[in-house]
Design a protein around this ligand. Structure first.
Ligand SMILES: [Zn+2]
Length: 468
């Protein structure tokens, strides 16, 4: 299996540290707002990664966090806590806001047929682990305190910035002057591990006791603490959006590796952005689409899943409703193919002997495409070629279901239009008549079937019936 690793900027051969089990950590949502189509793409592609790892024979231990505290509106510790802001806006408590948007998030994930992580962990349930990690850093003299917060001193972690390739000097210049920055911060890129409940945070409603006064954790420490708690000090794969690279993930690396002395993440996998109609998504532009919007446009979320599969995860994607509608049509087409194949499988007792080589070839091509840094569009092309091939219906069906283990279009769940028994009987009689070369009788039977609203078609060695 080959995967692009942001850390090396190369496609590398991936193998887990522990034999057959891959440890996978995903930066989950900050639950203060709607889950939009950009999130849908990111988590679908995470799901494709996980399903591919399973398809090629690995076990996957997947942990995802829910950020329900500490994520400020600016990644550089500026601004307000997103949850507190959301609560103020809606007049609800922060806990209610977190619960509401967590539920909405999973409703969207379920609609997209995304397999839930083995563990979904909330930041507010892991304050102790975060405090312990900050204490470890403190014991190594890697932190300092100001009136406002406990900071990680990045100058004590010499490789800081290696993931994004940004020099510390550039970081200094990138810090904006107009936003609130703690004047006692030594370096603009030093980041808060723990915020004290003072100043702009004096009314913060989520707060805990700590060795550094009452307060709340910073966003970055959450992922390190929870990832270590469930997956160990070194994990195989960590995923996130490309926007996480320069700050959040640099900080995760710095505090984790400084605390443990071990490599934190072996493979960094980052997803590219999604634009809408060629523009960046934003609420003010009204191009911030959610599950509700898909429903309004009569688009099945699984059609959106198909749409995502057409673009490589490291490529920026442009979403349009035309593209969504086209994907919807394609999904309908696949569903009909499934129904057709299923029927011919049930009703064709004499399918030709399967072409074993062809079958294995397609399976190999499929697995190869995905193993090449998740080339999903090529894997889709393999599926369409397979469906056009001369494989028997039952083998096509078998491969289609097999490929769907990764595509996740829920093809096994497609409801079949039930064919009444009586019609299957007529169709069987017709086949007997044809075998006996009694074409008059066979034609009569065909007419009877048609009068009942069905069509019978001959296939290689059998037949299929479907609704007119
Ligand atoms: Zn994270």
């Amino acid at each position: 299996m080959k995967l692009y690793n942001t850390a090396s900027r190369e496609v590398e051969t991936f193998k887990p540290i522990h034999n057959k089990t891959v440890t996978l950590y995903t930066c989950g949502p900050t639950v203060y707002d709607e889950t939009h189509i950009g999130h849908m793409r990111k988590y679908t592609m995470d799901d494709i990664l996980k399903r591919t790892l399973k398809y090629v024979g690995y076990e996957v231990e997947h942990v995802m966090n829910i950020t329900d505290v500490g994520h400020l509106s600016g990644d550089d510790d500026s601004g307000e806590d997103k949850l507190e802001k959301g609560a103020k806006k809606s007049g609800k408590t922060v806990w209610d806001v977190a619960k509401y948007y967590t539920d909405k998030f999973f409703e969207t994930m379920d609609a997209l047929n995304i397999i839930r992580p083995d563990k979904v962990v909330k930041a507010t349930d892991h304050i102790k682990q975060m405090i312990d990690l900050v204490k470890r850093l403190e014991a190594k003299h890697l932190t300092y305190a100001t009136d406002e917060a406990i900071y990680f001193d990045i100058t004590k972690f010499p490789s800081y910035g290696s993931l994004s390739g940004q020099k510390l000097e550039e970081k200094k210049q990138a810090a904006r002057g107009e936003i609130h920055i703690d004047p006692n911060k030594k370096h603009p890129a030093d980041f808060a591990l723990w915020f004290k409940r003072v100043g702009r945070f004096k009314d913060h409603s989520m707060h805990w006791d700590s060795p550094w006064e009452d307060g709340f954790p910073g966003w970055h420490i959450e992922c390190s603490a929870m990832s270590m708690a469930y997956l160990g000090e070194t994990i195989d794969i960590h995923t996130g959006g490309i926007d996480h690279i320069p700050v959040h993930h640099e900080n995760e690396i710095a505090q984790s590796e400084a605390a443990t002395g071990n490599k934190f993440v072996r493979f960094w996998v980052h997803h590219a952005f999604l634009n809408v109609d060629g523009e960046k998504m934003s609420k003010s532009k009204g191009n911030y689409y959610t599950l509700e919007d898909l429903k309004k446009h009569n688009i099945d979320p699984l059609a959106i899943r198909y749409l995502f599969l057409q673009t490589h995860y490291r490529q920026e994607m442009n979403f349009t409703w035309e593209a969504a509608e086209a994907a919807q049509e394609t999904l309908e087409k696949i569903k009909n193919i499934v129904l057709d194949l299923r029927l011919s499988k049930i009703t064709s007792p004499q399918n030709q002997s399967p072409n074993v080589n062809l079958f294995n070839d397609f399976k190999l091509q499929f697995s190869k495409s995905l193993s090449q840094d998740l080339n999903t569009s090529e894997a889709l092309a393999v599926m369409w070629n397979m469906l056009k091939s001369k494989l028997s219906s039952s083998k096509k069906m078998e491969l289609l279901y097999d490929f769907d283990e990764v595509f996740g279009l829920a093809l096994k769940d497609i409801k079949k239009g039930k064919i009444p028994k009586e019609l299957i009987e007529l169709a069987n009689q017709r086949i007997e008549a044809r075998k006996a070369k009694n074409f008059k009788k066979s034609d009569e039977l065909r007419k009877q079937i048609e009068e009942k609203g069905y069509i019978v078609e001959d296939t290689d060695g059998g037949y299929r019936i479907k609704k007119k």
